[in-house]
Write a protein that binds this ligand. Structure first.
Ligand code: AGP
Length: 614
């Protein structure tokens, strides 16, 4: 949702904070603000993105020369519309306490009424402002408190999610930070410390970080940091070495992060399989779940829970695990699973899939499944994320930081993880050693095939040019490519704002075919697999209603070329592998249509990279 940063050390804080906020802008860009502490607190905040803040920050630096302590926030509005007064940081009336917050205070209105009855006045419509007044009120009531204990006491009154930083000129040598539900990382430098919602703003300064866990609060000074629980119990924290570089976060010469991440997929495929696909031994080695493999194999049922693109990957996982491992699988939207009192128990396995590892609905589904006694494993990309830490076991996709809001390489990495999981669950049970070798060989050939598809970029851009003004799109696929049709439609929707729907191709005649006319582009994923003949007749159905057919087909397929207006040829692959190839042209098509329409694909409207509220 929002991005928060903090700095305490020897450098001038303002430029460090501004740069950090820029790296977190994919988390939200409705407003931005920073507060500097140098004996007193000075705040600069406003509606709009971080670059808008630069000019005013220059004035702030003049006003607060040499301030080496500060906090910053970039907002994704939930409570209170994007505006200057709803921007963070929020100050108390005396202006000697400042708070920035990422998350939602669910009982804020009750707390607000109580504080108003105590004479407090609120400037903003946000839930977050409650925090600064609550800390002030409790500290006033009990002068023996200090900033840390006043914050801790305040948080005991709070229901909801928070990642927050608090500074006060009453204790001008520290930053107090706390988390519950929203991520928070502390970067350990030489005589300086960096605080952020994730490691992106930190990696250029240090690769040593500490991830705060839910219910933890830390006091950070120039000398060091101490971590305790909200119940005031000391905590020993593991220092993690970050395994990615700043370059990895920069655009690498591409115009947008999304395009860079699409072109990173061949190397990401290598990274996901590295050390896991043991071709010579005919097996996969999945360290993160090795100890639980037998229990996974004996599962009465596997339930996959996720949101958005991760849910589409889960659908492909269902096809893979059922086909190869013959274990029944069902796929649930995490937001539905968490509230429908699902029937899961100790004989079931629940797999939660999340790129960010912070998606609130998926986290709640995880906790629901745990409460019901299921074995809960995770597939995550962000190392040290909440979902990764709360699952019993799991696998990291190692796709590297995904900055583009529209997920691309993480999807590919998730599907490869699910393919390897299906192989691990099948080994010695449902498929022979030779079949595994065959499948893993095809998996290992993927990066080269993906490279060949990326070489079609300019052809795909030409097709985009022809259809960029379309009002609607339909995406159709069968079997393994039905979820890819859903994913292709989602990519187009989220970055070009064109209405698009994905469907199982056979579903057309049960209604959607009514939408077809000469203005309807229809994307068919028509690769040569077990459903090929059926999809050809579906193409005929659409052509007979003058639909504009664009087809993804297997190289050399003349039949589809006879039927479709445009054909994007991809290397031949077996059915279970095709989603990893057919999705790439759809990612590129959406990207080019969106950029040709002048959309900002890295920061699409109304979206954020990680949705940490329900
Ligand atoms: C995909 O492009 C979107 N950004 C969104 O649907 C995303 O997949 C969803 O919010 C789930 O995120 P997660 O994988 O980080 O949990």
């Amino acid at each position: 949702m929002c991005g928060i940063v903090g700095y305490i050390g020897w450098q001038e804080a303002a430029p460090v904070l501004l740069k950090g906020l820029k790296r977190l802008e994919y988390r939200g860009y409705d407003s931005a603000g920073i507060a500097l502490l140098n004996g007193t607190i000075s705040v600069m905040k406003q509606k709009g993105n971080v670059s808008g803040l630069e000019t005013d920050t220059a004035k702030l630096r003049e006003k607060m020369p040499g301030a080496t302590i500060g906090i910053g926030h970039t907002r994704w509005a939930t409570h209170g519309d994007p505006s200057d007064r709803n921007a963070h940081p929020h100050l108390n009336a005396a202006g000697d306490i400042a708070v920035i917050h990422n998350g939602i205070i669910e009982n804020y209105s009750a707390l607000k009424q109580e504080l108003i009855s105590e004479g407090y006045q609120f400037i903003s419509d946000t839930d977050s402002e409650v925090l600064v007044h609550l800390i002030d009120w409790l500290w006033k009531k009990d002068a023996s408190l200090d900033l840390e204990s006043a914050t801790r006491t305040a948080l005991r009154h709070v229901d909801g999610a928070y990642g927050l930083c608090v500074i006060s000129s009453r204790e001008p040598d520290r930053i107090v930070v706390a988390r519950k539900g929203s991520p928070l990382v502390i970067g350990i430098g030489e005589g300086e410390f960096f605080i952020a919602s994730d490691a992106a703003p930190i990696v250029e300064h240090t690769n040593k970080v500490v991830y705060l866990s839910d219910g933890e609060l830390a006091v950070v000074t120039k000398e060091g940091y101490s971590v305790k629980t909200i119940e005031n119990v000391e905590q020993e924290k593991l220092v993690t070495e970050l395994d990615f570089s700043l370059e990895k976060i920069e655009k690498g010469g591409f115009e947008h992060f999304m395009l860079k991440e699409i072109f990173e997929q061949p190397s990401v495929m290598h990274d996901v399989m590295r050390g896991r696909v043991r071709l010579e031994e005919g097996r996969v080695c999945l360290g993160g779940i090795e100890d639980y493999l037998d229990r996974l194999k004996q599962a009465k049922r596997i339930v996959i829970c996720a949101c958005g693109t991760s849910w589409h990957a889960g659908l492909i996982g269902e096809y893979l695990i059922e086909e190869f491992a013959r274990i029944p699988v069902e796929v649930d939207y995490a937001s539905e699973f968490r509230y429908r009192n699902p029937i899961v128990g100790k004989d079931d396995v629940v797999i939660v899939i999340s790129q960010s590892g912070e998606t609130a609905d998926t986290l709640a589904a995880l906790r629901t499944a745990k409460e019901k006694g299921a074995l809960v494993m995770g597939i995550c990309n962000v190392v040290g994320s909440t979902i990764a830490r709360e699952t019993l076991c799991g696998m990291y996709t190692h796709a590297g930081p995904e900055v583009g809001v529209a997920s691309t390489k993480a999807f590919t990495a998730q599907v490869i993880m699910l393919y390897m999981l299906a192989m691990a669950l099948s080994k010695g049970r449902t498929i022979s050693h030779d079949e595994i070798i065959l499948n893993l060989t095809e998996l290992a050939d993927l990066p080269a095939k993906a490279d060949r598809i990326l070489n079609l970029d300019s052809q795909i851009r030409d097709i985009a040019e022809r259809f960029k003004d379309a009002k609607n799109f339909l995406y159709l696929g069968r079997g393994y490519n039905f979820p890819v049709a859903l994913e292709g439609a989602l990519k187009l929707k989220e970055i070009s704002y064109i209405h698009a729907e994905g469907y199982p191709a056979a579903e057309m005649k049960h209604g959607p075919i009514a939408l077809i006319d000469e203005d309807m582009p229809v994307i068919f994923i028509a690769t040569r697999d077990s459903t090929y003949a059926k999809i050809l007749s579906n193409i005929e159905e659409v052509r007979s209603r003058k639909g504009r057919v664009i087809a993804i087909a297997s190289e050399g397929d003349k039949e589809v070329a006879r039927l479709a207006e445009h054909v994007i040829y991809i290397p031949q692959a077996s059915g279970p592998i095709t989603p990893l190839l057919t999705v790439i042209p759809l990612q590129l098509l959406a990207y080019h249509i969106a950029t040709l329409r002048g959309c900002n694909v890295d920061r699409p409207r109304n979206l954020a990279k990680s949705v940490t509220v329900e």
